[in-house]
Design a protein around this ligand. Sequence first.
Ligand code: HEC
Ligand code: HEC
Length: 214
Amino acid sequence: MSRMHPSTRWLRRHAAVTVLGLTLLALPPLVHAQDIPPLSERLQLCASCHAMDGNSVIPENPKISGMDAGYLERQMADFKSGVRKSPVMSGIIPLVDGKEFAALAGHFSAQKPGKGVAADPRLVAEGKAIFDEGIVGSAVPACSGCHNEDGSGTEKYPRVAGQHTAYVVQQMLNFKSGERANDSRALMRAVAKRMNEKEIRAVAEYVATLSGSE
Ligand code: HEC
Ligand code: HEC
């Protein structure tokens, strides 16, 4: 076994680095071209949690059917940029290219929203009073003033009708603590901060029963 001359060893190492360098340079365009699957394929991923028609049956996963497309697209962008965080969606969204957001939002926005049910019907009456009239003592405004009387929402304010109680409670608590802070002009944070958990729970039960059809 003859020993390698130092300069030969240097050359070999250098060549290996060059080859690796070329390999790395050559890869990104290929990977990029395969990054964006057709919409139908991408929807399989979303459907595993939100259902194909956006009417998720799992209480922690929001229903996203029939919501304003602009709202859905912005939420995806906010998860992507980290402005809105979620233990689940923050892990999913890096897999999705920003160029896909509009088509995904368009798909779910066009789906027919399903009906919801209250998890605890005894709280619905109290929840309805809060939704329609607010809470005078603690200056909580009526939810209906922004989200519409039937919860169907507007271009500015998202649809909440028929949403899962567990999801609504979680979002209200996130707005209350400031963990979710992507609401324009801090409108929802101002509302949620003035509410206690019992009131939040009650209004969420009522929201779940709304059908959102005017
Ligand atoms: C592993 C389950 C899972 C998958 C897969 C998933 N989501 Fe989600 N999604 C969630 C959860 C949980 C939330 C609630 C996040 C939070 O707590 O703020 C959510 C929230 C959202 C929201 C915000 C809804 C709102 O009302 O503000 C949008 C929009 C969304 N997801 C779109 C998608 C799209 C599009 C896909 C497919 C590319 C997808 N999700 C895949 C679980 C999932
Ligand atoms: C002054 C207007 C205003 C009022 C009043 C208001 N909201 Fe909101 N709400 C908003 C805005 C704005 C957002 C959207 C935040 C965003 O764009 O990310 C929102 C978002 C929400 C969400 C999150 C929806 C989702 O899909 O993640 C829930 C749940 C909600 N509001 C419930 C309520 C309830 C319940 C009340 C009454 C106690 C209420 N809101 C009162 C403006 C309002």
